[in-house]
Design a protein around this ligand. Sequence first.
Ligand SMILES: N[C@@H](CCC(=O)N[C@@H](CS)C(=O)NCC(=O)O)C(=O)O
Length: 208
Amino acid sequence: MITIWGRANSVNVQKVLWCCDELVLPYERIDAGLAFGRNNEPDYLAMNPTGKVPTLVDDDFVLWESNSILRYLVLQYGEASLLYPSEPKQRASIDRWLDWSLSTLQPAERPVFWTLVRTPQAQRDTARLAADINAVSLLWRMLDTHLQGRFFLEGEKFTLADIVIGAYAKRWFGLDGVERSPLPNLERWYSRIATRSGFKKYVDFPLT
Ligand SMILES: N[C@@H](CCC(=O)N[C@@H](CS)C(=O)NCC(=O)O)C(=O)O
């Protein structure tokens, strides 16, 4: 049995749960992180020394880093799945979105999310927030351009790239208090991925 440690409102946990849904993989989830604690206790740190969520336990195998967990799940349980094709160019093209999400998108969107969702209004730095919103808007605009003429991020087929970027897209489109200029390709793609059952079950909730 697969166990996934991590609170359900963490974007990095949501990506993993969505992937399990795509692969029709049973698992159990144990709350950890923020209000649930546990992630800084010795037992948890022995599994995941970063103290972050998610952590995956599959029998005697333990793995942390959400995108590594996604790759593992598909390679171990979904080899025939189109989520992460073995053809090198297709796989590398998916990998660059997974890498980009961690190296570029998450650092840019995190301060906006934390300010608007987890910081009381009176404590917000509004000038900083405006600059942060502008920075992340530019990234979504780049994605809008990329999605011109594409059904999913890597073409016709839904892949891990759509799961990873899709989970962050919820954290953009779900924000109150942001003026978003129209991005028609991105919006079309977002309404397409929002029909997936894993998105509905694990991602499509009010941001908390
Ligand atoms: N690069 C890591 C980031 C993990 C991470 O920062 N997780 C956040 C939640 S999204 C966390 O554990 N925060 C501390 C907490 O929840 O207590 C991954 O993708 O797994």
